[in-house]
Design a protein around this ligand. Sequence first.
Ligand code: ZN
Length: 296
Amino acid sequence: MLVRRALSCSPIHAFEQISMPELPEVESTRRSLLPLLGGRVVFVDLRRSDIVEGSHTPAALLSGSSILALHRRGKQLAIEGTRGVVLVHLGMTGQLEYSAPDSHEQQTHDRHTHAIWSLKLANPPGLDGVLWFRDPRRFGGLWTFASMNEVHERWSALGPDALTISGKNLARAIAENRRAIKAALLDQGVLAGVGNIYADEALFRAGIRPGKIAARISRVHSERLANAIREVLGESIQSGGSTLRDYRNAAGQAGSFQSRHRVYGRGGEACVVCGTRLTQTTIAQRTTVFCRCCQH
Ligand SMILES: [Zn+2]
């Protein structure tokens, strides 16, 4: 995957300064794109072909397609058209933004805007709209597929979606995993959608230490952790996601869940539950914050 490749050659300290969009941010983007449903793509302007994996003909990039559906699995978003599917990975700084044509003039001259779709909307009929993909760091990208069947095949490598994970399915996913639970949660093949922010937040809410070996987590604690994952992701989606620096939804709006983070980014500060100084460490090469008192 493009992101994995990018991470392997990127210094960790540089990487840590920017949080990546996780499931709530991608889902917020998906929801903010719903006005495009039923609209028709009349023109695609691809500025950089190296951001596309697969065919980059105009038709593969949905030119001439009507938008049928917007799907998400983990952190990936699929725009399904009548003539194909474009899968979007936001990477670190990727953004899909949508607006009326008059306000997209500035994007035309922006060197970080890599693809622009011009659309005729279905509702209200005939109104013009413009969708663009912008990604300054280019760790995200677009993948083109002939159908959703091909996308589902690709998605079969991902673990279950974190937004609907059950205790039973989480227990099954981590049963043989000898790594730290935090590392297991970050592995998209184990669970799709959780990154650094929500792994720390969910483990705090579940009272589980991030360094605990995943396979040693009891069934009861798996249930508690699955509940905490669904809860924290759901609350974040309600707040439009977390914006630490770059993230905006497709309407250009920032999220507000960052103000409700209990541990992420709070190393050395007081635990909101017991007042103990929060411990900051590194697990799976990621900054990890937890409470020694509340998490076991
Ligand atoms: Zn505490």
